[in-house]
Write a protein that binds this ligand. Structure first.
Ligand code: GTP
Ligand code: MG
Length: 305
């Protein structure tokens, strides 16, 4: 039996913390997008390319859509909508475990995207994620009923991005959204994200892990220099952690530098695996007052592009 080859773009959208980036990593079997238990982790549109003998699905992971306050947050939400415009279809990711028995919270969280998503007329699948946390499974039924009235016509798929449950069916559903087309990218390409950007994201993920409260939202990471020493099988990376407030600098560094040490150690370990070389990493913390309101600076960091 011969099947038509299909290829195209599928945007992963939804409220923050729904598991969009986790899904991308699980499908690809590689970590391309950073993940954290805190909302608003993803800041740019990140491609993940899933290629099989029958289709090539280019997923566009996006920042969570929420009621945005401040310039950085508005830019994040704009980035998500922009990805949708480029897509042949979308998966709306929802944290199923959060909304079981709390349909009003689902209504509130998806309000910022409902009208626009409907009027775009883009083919849509709704993934109810984190079902590994839902027991007994029957409690999902009323949530499914609620979703089918809110997104009539969209296929509803319960999944766990963490365990992989339901993902095969989800992939099957979105395959039908794609046009008949040859591959867009080579077979073995997993992403279009440059490795240096990935490195800065890994450092940002560790900042999300190590720092408390609002601190991670006010930091950005820039790779200042990158040198590959072939003979020593070593990559030397200098990275700057920008914070928007002077008072945060000491909190990022931590007592006796212990936070920065932890962030450095964890980042180095992961960069070593990513690059397959030894890694010498230097982290510098700089204050850049109000960077989250500075459009030009954010653009220079690749945000909003
Ligand atoms: N139990 C469980 N946890 C999950 C699942 N998928 C994601 N998570 C967790 O949910 C949290 C958020 O996951 P992310 O993948 O960062 O979510 P996101 O939608 O990309 O979030 P933003 O980038 O902030 O919009 C992390 O702690 C994940 O480990 C799942 O299927 N089951
Ligand atoms: Mg994300």
């Amino acid at each position: 039996m011969s099947t038509t080859y299909r290829a195209g773009f599928i945007a992963l959208i939804g409220p923050p913390n729904a598991g969009k980036s986790t899904f991308l990593n699980t499908v690809l079997g590689e970590k391309i997008a950073i993940v954290s238990p805190k909302p608003q982790t993803t800041r740019t549109s990140i491609t993940g390319i899933h290629t099989t003998a029958h289709e090539q699905i280019v997923f566009l992971d996006t920042p969570g859509i929420h009621v945005a306050r401040g310039r950085l947050n508005r830019l994040l939400v704009d980035t998500a909508w922009k990805a949708l415009q480029e897509a042949n279809g979308a998966i709306l990711f929802l944290d199923g475990a959060k909304y079981v028995g709390h349909e009003t919270a689902l209504e509130r969280d998806t309000k910022p995207m409902l009208g626009r998503l409907t009027s775009m007329g883009i083919p849509l699948a709704v993934a109810l994620n984190k079902i590994d946390q839902i027991k007994p499974k029957e409690v999902l039924l009323s949530l499914l009923a609620f979703c089918s009235t809110r997104w009539p016509g969209a296929e509803l798929v319960p999944v766990s991005a963490r365990t992989g449950e339901g993902l095969e069916r989800l992939l099957h559903v979105v395959r039908d959204f794609l046009p008949a087309s040859d591959r867009i990218f080579p077979d073995d390409q997993l992403s279009t994200v440059p490795v240096r950007f990935l490195a800065s994201e890994i450092i940002r993920e560790k900042l999300f892990m190590v720092l408390e409260q609002e601190l991670p939202y006010n930091v950005a990471v820039e790779i200042e220099s990158w040198e590959e020493l072939r003979e020593q099988n070593m990559t030397v990376v200098n990275a700057i952690i920008y914070t928007s407030k002077n008072s945060h600098k000491g909190m990022i560094v931590g007592r006796h530098g212990e936070n920065l040490k932890k962030i450095g150690q964890q980042s180095r370990k992961e960069l070593k695996d990513l690059l397959g070389t030894k890694v010498h990493l230097e982290l510098w913390v700089k204050v850049r007052e109000g960077w989250t309101e500075d459009g030009q600076f954010m653009h220079s960091l690749g945000l909003g592009s």
